[in-house]
Design a protein around this ligand. Structure first.
Ligand code: BTN
Length: 243
């Protein structure tokens, strides 16, 4: 495992992307940074960190032998690896909010940004970016976001958490490569946030509606039971969760 440790960088995902354009990069190369000045989140959002307090890293994953239509298995492997690592810290109500926000006590404590590119020979390169609020104290909206340290009222060793996540990631990615994804899907579904509870959503036309999360399918679409009892599938661009 090749780890590149940086003090500060715009984004660890972007650093890895640039490195890939310039040279051969070994599978499972990891880039971590103490500070990220232009961290990116899902759907074009920003990801801000507190210098030295957050876990901010990206991992290159290739040779997965997956069709791009099955790439969501990787999201599942990553989200489950993070939750498995945190479950040792006795954090209450750990959950994965679809597709892969890491939640605890109803607040977001971590996020995952996976960026895939396909080469002409069909090989997929995935840059798996993980941001975890470990010892962070300042948040714009404490109702929505928090850190492990705030929730547990103590500081944590970021390197220890990183090592456990990487260990889990190695194991869970092997499951994906061996097409044995059942165990990670089972875990993913067992910790899916607000499953089986009526919750408010908004569609792309700005219409609000109530629905009940049933599951996430193998393509990564969210299955929601609507008020007329029909079950509809949504991808991340088609729906906003209002909770
Ligand atoms: C999200 O929940 O919106 C995803 C956040 C992902 C943040 C991580 S931090 C490391 C990596 N580098 C980035 O620029 N983003 C990801």
């Amino acid at each position: 495992m090749n780890i590149i440790k940086l003090d500060a960088i715009n984004s660890t995902n972007d650093y890895l992307k640039t490195l890939l354009q310039r040279q051969f990069v070994e599978n499972f190369t990891i880039v971590s940074a103490e500070n990220q000045t232009n961290g990116r989140g899902q759907m074009g959002s920003e990801w801000s960190v507190e210098q030295g307090k957050s876990l901010t890293f990206s991992v290159l994953v290739k040779d997965l032998l997956l069709e791009i239509s099955h790439i969501f298995h990787l999201n599942v492997a990553v989200a489950v690896s993070v939750v498995e690592a945190l479950s040792f810290l006795q954090i209450k109500d750990l959950a994965i909010k679809w597709p892969n926000d890491i939640m605890a006590e109803g607040k977001k404590i971590g996020g995952i940004l996976i960026e895939n590119s396909i080469k002409s020979d069909g090989e997929i390169f995935s840059i798996v970016g993980i941001g975890l609020n470990v010892n962070q104290k300042n948040f714009e909206n404490l109702q929505k976001a928090s850190s492990i340290s705030i929730l547990k009222n103590q500081e944590f060793d970021k390197q220890e958490i990183l090592a456990t996540i990487l260990q889990n990631l190695g194991r869970n990615i092997s499951l994906v490569m061996n097409k044995n994804t059942e165990p990670i899907w089972e875990k993913y579904h067992s910790v899916l946030y607000k499953k089986n509870v009526p919750m408010p959503f908004e569609n792309t036309h700005g219409q609000k509606f109530m629905g009940i999360i049933q599951n996430v399918n193998q393509e990564g679409k969210l299955l929601i039971k609507l008020e007329d009892e029909s079950v509809k599938k949504f991808n991340i661009k088609q729906i906003k969760m209002l909770y």
